[in-house]
Design a protein around this ligand. Structure first.
Ligand SMILES: Cc1cc2nc3c(=O)[nH]c(=O)nc-3n(C[C@H](O)[C@H](O)[C@H](O)COP(=O)(O)OP(=O)(O)OC[C@H]3O[C@@H](n4cnc5c(N)ncnc54)[C@H](O)[C@@H]3O)c2cc1C
Length: 423
């Protein structure tokens, strides 16, 4: 669906580059019907191209019609329904920014953010599957892969194979570059040994981007990124039982002399640390979008209930004590939305975005937790049951403060920018 949308709407906008500085995006197109830069030099942050609006509608429909009926069962069983993964591929949602030559939708980064947000409104687990696959795995191939590597891997990732990003280990989380996994040369191949932990999508994945150190004497400058598969020896070990996003698989990986051909080094030997830093900086905008969608999903489930539930002769949502809480939650969601979209647009425009991405992720994860927690209370006892699905949003929200950099790590990033500016 996205693929079709991308091709049918793609057209040059006819807008001057100077006027569209905020919107001069490599892969975005503006149709005549959109509020254009010519009409408004600085369009609002929630102003989207026709293509992006169409994408939002199609993902929303997919999430409501295909994902929603399976959310509770997948959460209870702690598994991702393969039909949903298949559906994501069929919808063109697994190669959003990938070029059409490589089987993708060739769409904008903001399109990926919109898809992640819309999926998270219904199920943050499905959202993170799509997020990691697009914003981390595909992006690494697109940004750092050679032409040959892109031709080999991107079509498979757009059409049928799920990818995983394998950086964290038992002893290296926030301090990711202390990783212990090693790779040593053996003829024309590399042999990778060690273990990885907390790897999202690993139960479904067929393509693994593994970070290993080829020369520990060089410290983090020995870290290198490799593409590996199960056929090469990647073994999926323990699957974690989690508080939230339970349908999203999170497993440990066992790497025992995984034999990877030299051609599977991505971006050059010793450049893995650079790839990981850069990719996580932009990946954080994806997590912000996931948390934003989650907050909106919880809000939309609980608020209508407060207007139906009558106590003391009136809908509970109409009591000032409740309506002010609801208004405050709406404000928090809107703030997170603007931070997230702004970080996404800055990235697309080629402007600095690292501080903004950290702020967006930090704020959106806080808002997700705050709003989903309040939503349980707004629905009273019903909100506390698993039947309504409101409590699931709250369980799912906790991960926003942990993965792709904990909240403290986001604060550290923001603080560094402030120190640079003011000291
Ligand atoms: C469900 C899930 C999915 C994940 N998916 C992936 C994945 O796909 N790929 C992958 O590579 N990793 C993944 N991770 C790993 C994730 O990125 C790490 O869990 C995260 O970076 C935190 O590392 P840690 O768990 O080791 O916590 P630690 O680093 O041990 O942190 C523990 C606490 O100490 C604090 N802390 C640490 N250092 C500092 C500091 N310098 N200053 C202040 N406070 C500090 C942290 O904020 C945190 O509160 C996933 C994790 C989970 C739980």
């Amino acid at each position: 669906m996205l693929r079709a949308a991308a091709h049918s709407v793609k057209q040059p906008g006819g807008l001057t580059a100077s006027l569209c500085a905020r919107r001069s995006l490599q892969n975005r197109w503006f149709s005549a019907t959109r509020v254009t830069c010519a009409e408004t030099a600085f369009p609002s942050l929630d102003s989207f191209s026709d293509e992006e609006n169409m994408l939002r509608e199609s993902v929303k429909r997919f999430a409501e019609e295909v994902v929603a009926p399976k959310v509770r069962e997948m959460d209870e069983n702690e598994t991702m329904d393969p039909e949903i993964v298949k559906g994501l591929f069929e919808q063109g949602l697994m190669g959003i920014e990938t070029s059409s030559a490589h089987g993708g939708a060739e769409s904008s980064f903001t399109s990926a953010i919109i898809a992640i947000e819309e999926l998270a409104k219904v199920d943050p687990s499905v959202s993170v599957l799509c997020d990691v696959h697009n914003t981390l795995v595909n992006t690494i191939f697109r940004k750092y892969g050679t032409q040959v590597q892109q031709e080999e891997w991107l079509p498979q990732l757009a059409e049928s194979k799920v990818g995983s990003f394998c950086l964290s280990e038992p002893a290296s989380g926030s301090d990711a570059f202390a990783l212990q996994t090693r790779a040593r040369k053996d003829g024309d191949d590399w042999l990778i040994s060690g273990s990885k932990m907390w790897i999202t999508n690993s139960a479904e994945a067929e393509v693994f981007l593994i970070f290993a150190n080829i020369d520990p004497s060089k410290g983090y400058k020995g870290i290198t990124c490799f593409v590996a598969t199960k056929e090469m020896g990647v073994q999926i070990a323990k699957k974690e039982q989690k508080l939230g996003i339970r349908a999203s698989s999170t497993c440990a990986l066992s790497l025992d002399d995984v034999r990877v051909p030299a051609k599977n080094v991505i971006g050059g030997e010793g450049l893995g640390y650079k790839i990981a830093i850069e990719i996580l900086n932009e990946g954080r905008i994806g997590i912000a979008a996931q948390m934003l969608g989650l907050a909106q999903g919880a809000f939309a489930k609980a608020v209508p209930y407060t207007y139906q539930r009558v106590q003391f002769g009136q809908p509970v949502g109409m009591f000032q004590g409740m309506s002010f809480q609801i208004a405050n939650a709406a404000l928090s969601i809107e703030s997170a939305r603007l931070l997230t979209y702004n970080a996404a647009r800055r990235k697309e425009e080629g402007r600095s975005f690292v501080k903004e991405a950290a702020m967006a992720k930090l704020a959106a994860s806080r808002v997700a937790q705050e709003v989903s927690g309040a939503a349980i209370e707004w629905a009273g006892g019903v909100g506390f049951t698993r039947e309504t699905g409101i409590e699931k949003y709250w369980r799912d929200s906790k991960i926003g403060a942990i993965y792709e950099g904990t909240s403290n790590i986001q604060l550290q990033t923001i603080a560094k920018f402030i120190q640079k500016e003011y000291s």
